[in-house]
Design a protein around this ligand. Sequence first.
Ligand code: ZN
Length: 274
Amino acid sequence: MKFGDYEIKVVNDGTYEYTTKRQEEILKAFAPKTSTLKNVKARLLLRANNLLVRTPQSEFVLFDSGFGDSNFLREGIKKISEDNLVNNLKNIGVEPNQISHVIQTHLHYDHAGGLAFKNENSFSLAFPNAKIWFGEEEWRTIFESDETPFGYEKGKLEFVKENAEVEFSEGSVNLFEDFSVEVTRGHTFGHRVIFLKTQGQTLCYLGDILPMSSHINLDSEMNYDIFKEEARIKRKELLERAFEENWFLVFYHSPRVVWGFLKKDGKGKFFLES
Ligand SMILES: [Zn+2]
């Protein structure tokens, strides 16, 4: 799809199923004894929707990098499709070494796991010619706090820092050309959204501050956020700005509706128009 002078495409890293023991227990406890529900698993379908942007100069920019081979990090997450980011890129004629920039919303394994792949003794870079854009705040909380927060594959991230061209930025800043980030915190200490602003239009890649399009009208705290109340407030603020300024939103984990312009219906409820 065209976005100003840019070309954008969602290239995903496969479909995942998330089942937790707790969810299963609850579902089974509430199911009638005779119900076949007893055998049904409580599951949530997740995607990893990375965004590929082709600039007017024909450079390729990638937003987030998928699970890669880091999907072992959380119990209950299972990949249920055969496809992956690298193959999906190849299928549309883009080789991994053609990617010039990878911008990360945050560094959880399901967003940054695809930056490198584990081999026998070490790792290898998935996008060897790309400049990788990390947030300083996120990096500091992973590597400078007393206890490692859950959800990061530290060894891989360190390898990327040592072996790739990594650029750190702090706060909400312009990165290059029409690409910028805004630190939202909430989901993690350094979580940020990515903007592409061109010809009066704004694309916002939401990462995990608002991971699914089905959540646009939910105003509640989410378990996956580290700073839950802060995340709820930020989500609300972003949605209002998105509506006021007619942003084009891209949702990282949505299995179906992955993007659209945010609109309101007659009753003030949000909906997406693509
Ligand atoms: Zn995520």
